[in-house]
Design a protein around this ligand. Structure first.
Ligand code: FAD
Length: 495
C-alpha cells in the first residue's frame, strides 16, 4: 500500500475542499465585507467589527462556556430596541449578509457565532411586564431565568424557567424548555408561549398568535436554535406561585441503580404532576482521593414537590419516603423546605453541579423508557473521561402532543447526557464519549431535545429532533418567511 501517495491525495482533497468551503463562505457571508464594515442606517447600538480591538474578548463572552467556537462573525451588533433589530436585518438583506441571533448565550454549541455576517446580540433586551390579573408575562429574550422568577414572585406568580439561573429565556423557550415544575406546566415551557412578537427577515414586525400568523407561533414553539426570525417578546402564561415547596434527596451507591429505577418506574405513572422527579447519575463528590473514577459514581434522586399547601407537598413525597429507594439510600434529606430562589443555587448552580464552567457538550433523548436508557448507559457512564460528566432523567414530565407547536412531543420523558471537561486536549475523547453515549440512548429515544444535541460533530442530529413532516413544514416556512436566507439555519444545516 502506498501510504505516501494516499496521504498526499488526502491532503490535496482536503485543500480542495477547504478551497470550496472558503468560496462558499465568501458567497454565504462575506459577500460584502465593505458593507459589513460600514455604518448600519438607523442603528444606534454598539457595532464591533472583526478588526476592532475589543472584538475577540466580546466574541468569546457571547458563549457561556469555555469551548469557544472558532467561528467569527464580521461584526457583532448589540441592540437596544426592536427598531434597531429591524435596521440590522434590513441592512443585512440589502447587503446579502447572514445573521445569527443571540439571547442568553447558553446554548452549548454556540450557534450565535457563525463565520461572517452579523451576530445580532439581543441580550440587552431584558424587559419584563406582568399582567397579574390575566396571569400573563411579556418577556424579552435577554431575560435570565432567575430574573423572571424574581419579577413574577412580586405578583405571586411564577413560570417554569430553566433550572439554571443564568439561562436566557430566548433560546430556552424556542428550543422547548425543561423548567421548574415542568410536569405540571406543560412538560416543555414553550407550550406556555401564548404569542410572540417577531422581526422578520425583511424588517417587518409581526405578532404570532393563535389568531394572527399561527404558522409562525407553531414554529416559535420548538423551532430551536435556527429560527428564521428574531423574537423580541414572548407573551407567556404565568402560574400562581406554589404555596409550599418541599424537597427530598436520596443518594444511592451506583450498584443500586436498579433500586432507583424500579422505584421510579412504579411511582412516576401515578405521581402528582406537581412532583418533579429528577434522577442523576454523577461522580461522588465525597469519594476519597485516589478512588478510581469508575468506582466513584452515585445515583442521586431529587424529588421537588410544588404544593398548593404544605400538607399537599408532604403527601407528594410520602410514597418515596416509604420506598425501597429511601431504605437503601446511603444519604437522605427528606421534606426540606425551600423557596424557588433557594432551589437555583442549591441544586443547579449557574453552570453545572459544583459550579464548574468547563468545556461542554450535551445529548438527549425524548423517551418513554428513561430507566432502560439509564441501565443501557450505566457502564459507559462509569468510564466517562471526566468526573464532571453526568446524566439526568426526568421521570414525571407529562409531555403531550400539541398540534399548534412544532416541538415534537413524541414521548413523555427525557434523558440528558452531559460531557463536561476542562482540558482542551481532551476535546476529542469527550466528544467521542458523548457520541458513544448516543448509541446507548437512541434505541429508546423517540426524539431528541434540540437544545441538547451535538450538531457540531453530527449535523444530522438537528434533523433527527423532528419527525420528517415537521421538518418539511419548518423548511417550507423558512422559504416563505426568509426567502433570501438572511437568518442562519440550524448549525450544520444548509442555509
Ligand atoms: C448550564 C446550563 C444549564 C441549562 N439548564 C437548562 C434547563 O434547566 N432546562 C432546559 O431546557 N435547558 C437548559 N439549558 C439549555 C438551554 O435551554 C439552551 O442552551 C438554550 O438554547 C439557551 O438559550 P440562550 O438564549 O441562553 O442561548 P443562546 O446561545 O443565546 O441562543 C441559542 C440560539 O437560539 C436562537 N435564539 C435565541 N434567542 C433568539 C431570539 N430572540 N430570536 C430568534 N432566535 C433566537 C438562536 O439561534 C441562538 O443562537 C441549559 C444550558 C446550560 C449551559
Amino acid at each position: 500500500m502506498d501510504h505516501g501517495s494516499t496521504s498526499r491525495r488526502q491532503a490535496l482533497q482536503q485543500l480542495a475542499s477547504l478551497g470550496a468551503l472558503g468560496a462558499l463562505g465568501l458567497l454565504r457571508s462575506g459577500q460584502a465585507p465593505a458593507a459589513a464594515a460600514g455604518a448600519i442606517p438607523g442603528f444606534g447600538g454598539t457595532v464591533t467589527r472583526r478588526e476592532d480591538a475589543g472584538y475577540e474578548g466580546l466574541r468569546q463572552s457571547l458563549v457561556w462556556h469555555r469551548s469557544k467556537p472558532a467561528r467569527y462573525p464580521d461584526l457583532i451588533a448589540q441592540v437596544r430596541s426592536e427598531d434597531e433589530i429591524a435596521a440590522v436585518l434590513r441592512h443585512a438583506a440589502a447587503n446579502r449578509l447572514k445573521v445569527a441571533v443571540r439571547s442568553g448565550g447558553h446554548n452549548p454549541t454556540g450557534p450565535s457565532l457563525r463565520d461572517g455576517g452579523i451576530c445580532l446580540d439581543l441580550s440587552a433586551l431584558a424587559g419584563i411586564e406582568v399582567d397579574r390579573a390575566r396571569q400573563l408575562a411579556r418577556v424579552q429574550p435577554g431575560v435570565r431565568a432567575i430574573q423572571l422568577v424574581a419579577r413574577l414572585a412580586q405578583d405571586d406568580l411564577t413560570f417554569p424557567t430553566a433550572h439554571c439561573a443564568s439561562v436566557g429565556m430566548g433560546g430556552f423557550l424556542l428550543g422547548g424548555g425543561i423548567g421548574w415544575n415542568h410536569g405540571y406546566r406543560g412538560g416543555m415551557a414553550t407550550f406556555n408561549i401564548e404569542a410572540a412578537d417577531l422581526v422578520l427577515a425583511d424588517g417587518r414586525r409581526v405578532t404570532a398568535s393563535a389568531e394572527a400568523n399561527p404558522d409562525l407561533l407553531w414554529a416559535v414553539r420548538g423551532g430551536g436554535p435556527g429560527l428564521f426570525a428574531a423574537v423580541t417578546r414572548f407573551h407567556l402564561k404565568a402560574y400562581p406561585l406554589p404555596k409550599a415547596i418541599r424537597v427530598s434527596s436520596y443518594i444511592l451507591p451506583f450498584a443500586k441503580l436498579a433500586t432507583m429505577t424500579t422505584t421510579l418506574d412504579a411511582l412516576a405513572p401515578t405521581a402528582d404532576p406537581k412532583l418533579e422527579l429528577l434522577a442523576l447519575l454523577m461522580h461522588d463528590p465525597a469519594a476519597p482521593p485516589g478512588t478510581p473514577p469508575e468506582q466513584a459514581k452515585i445515583c442521586f434522586l431529587t424529588a421537588f414537590a410544588f404544593g398548593d399547601s404544605d400538607a399537599q407537598a408532604h403527601a407528594m413525597l410520602a410514597p418515596l419516603a416509604q420506598s425501597a429507594l429511601a431504605r437503601e439510600a446511603t444519604v437522605k434529606e427528606e421534606n426540606q423546605v425551600f423557596t424557588l430562589f433557594e432551589l437555583f443555587p442549591k441544586f443547579f448552580s449557574t453552570s453545572t453541579p459544583g459550579g464548574y464552567m468547563g468545556r461542554y457538550a450535551a445529548e438527549s433523548a425524548i423517551t418513554d423508557e428513561p430507566s432502560r436508557i439509564l441501565h443501557a448507559l450505566a457502564d459507559h457512564f462509569r468510564h466517562a473521561h471526566s468526573p464532571i460528566c453526568h446524566v439526568i432523567a426526568s421521570y414525571n414530565m407529562n409531555l403531550r402532543a400539541h398540534a399548534d407547536a412544532c416541538f415534537p412531543s413524541t414521548a413523555r420523558n427525557y434523558v440528558g447526557c452531559f460531557a463536561i471537561w476542562d482540558d482542551a486536549h481532551a476535546d476529542e475523547d469527550n466528544f467521542r464519549w458523548l457520541e458513544r453515549a448516543t448509541t446507548f440512548m437512541d434505541p429508546w429515544a423517540k426524539g431528541h431535545y434540540i437544545n441538547e444535541v451535538e450538531p457540531r460533530r453530527n449535523p444530522e442530529r438537528i434533523r433527527q429532533c423532528f419527525p420528517p413532516a415537521t421538518w418539511e413544514r419548518l423548511q417550507a416556512l423558512r422559504r416563505q418567511y426568509d426567502p433570501q436566507g438572511v437568518f442562519h439555519s440550524w448549525l450544520g444545516q444548509p442555509a
